[in-house]
Design a protein around this ligand. Structure first.
Ligand SMILES: [Zn+2]
Ligand SMILES: [Zn+2]
Length: 337
């Protein structure tokens, strides 16, 4: 039996209250306990030794199987050690215990000096402090800090946030007219821009994408407000599983502004030049404006991506030549040109 082995085993041992480890050699658990109790001046009665890693209590057989330099903790009778790798599922199921975990993390953070550990604790706090179930200003004042008083609910502000992004795209489309030299062409382009504006107004600038109170097929988030990165323009999904709930707390709300509604087929590099090119060759009435509208302003061509999944280089995706021109009757909503 391995328990009879006389080979010395070297371990690293500490007491519960000290972080300093001591190297120690013993041929069996009994001997190790005796030496440890002497070193740390712990009463032998009721004392135990367990793994530092996960708190597993050692038996004589287990001791014999330990690798050299195993890290151990010596416990006095009333002490216990659950290991440093605590149960992650406990941490994730924070519905009940989040208050306790938040307090503990805040306590640790206030004393923490190491930048790396500060970052870990800060991130933990960021994601655990979740007030996403509240919607009204009066129920989460902190979330609304610095946000105009006219916004009474989180959803109203998030809708505005999305609208602003789409309005920004509209501005770029508008100012693209300046790059067109020929007056007649510029005129035609301006007319199309007017159509886009009308359509955007009737679509309320697609603010629904960020509004969690919208119908499921209108919004990009869950009804709780969780957004999932849709992956870089050339990927089917986000391998990093990026997600964020800007409704949850103020910092997440601010961080969400670094998420991009990215054009797969690029607006300035591809879509607008293709539109102008089409105007060159055809009358306005022959151009499939629905197609261009969808490319510029709708989720048909927009992907919500985490900044890491927002690739800055050229996308090299082209407009579909078969969709650029009208086939048959024109749709009602873009009759203005
Ligand atoms: Zn991503
Ligand atoms: Zn982009």
């Amino acid at each position: 039996m391995s328990g009879l082995s006389k080979k010395n085993k070297i371990v690293k041992i500490r007491s519960l209250n000290e972080t300093k480890k001591y190297g120690m050699a013993a041929t069996n658990l009994k001997e190790l306990l005796k030496k440890g109790c002497k070193l740390f001046q712990i009463p032998p009665f009721g004392s135990r030794i367990c793994l530092y890693e996960d708190g597993t209590e050692l038996t004589e057989d287990y001791f014999q199987c330990l690798p050299d330099n195993a890290e151990l903790v010596l416990l006095a009778m009333d002490e216990s050690w659950t290991g440093f790798v605590f149960d992650m599922s406990l941490l994730l199921n924070t519905g009940r215990n989040s208050g306790l975990i938040i307090d503990a993390a805040k306590g640790l953070l206030s004393e923490e000096q190491s930048p790396k550990r500060r970052k870990l604790l800060g991130d933990l706090l960021l994601h655990i402090e979740d007030n996403s179930e509240t919607e009204n200003r009066s129920d989460d004042e902190d979330w609304f800090q610095g946000i105009d008083v006219r916004f009474k609910t989180k959803s109203a502000y998030m809708r505005y946030n999305c609208e602003s992004r789409i309005r920004g795209y509209m501005k770029e489309v508008d100012s693209y007219a300046q790059t067109i030299q020929k007056p007649k062409l510029k005129d035609q382009y301006r007319k199309i821009v007017e159509c886009f504006v009308m359509q955007l107004k009737s679509d309320k600038y697609n603010g629904c994408y960020f509004n969690r109170t919208e119908k499921e097929h209108e919004r990009l988030c869950t009804k709780e407000g969780w957004f999932t990165c849709q992956g870089a323009f050339d990927q089917d999904e986000c391998k990093s599983l990026h997600s964020i709930n800007p409704y949850g707390n103020r910092e997440s709300g601010i961080l969400f502004s670094t998420w991009n509604l990215d054009h797969r087929i690029e607006k300035k590099r591809t879509v607008l030049p293709a539109l102008v090119e089409a105007l060159h060759n055809h009358k306005n009435s022959n151009i499939n404006l629905d197609y261009f509208y969808n490319l510029l302003f709708t989720r048909e061509n927009l992907k919500l991506v985490h900044i890491v999944c927002h690739k800055k280089g050229a996308h090299d995706l082209l407009c579909d030549q078969k969709k650029i021109y009208q086939k048959g009757k024109r749709k009602v909503f873009l009759v203005c040109c």
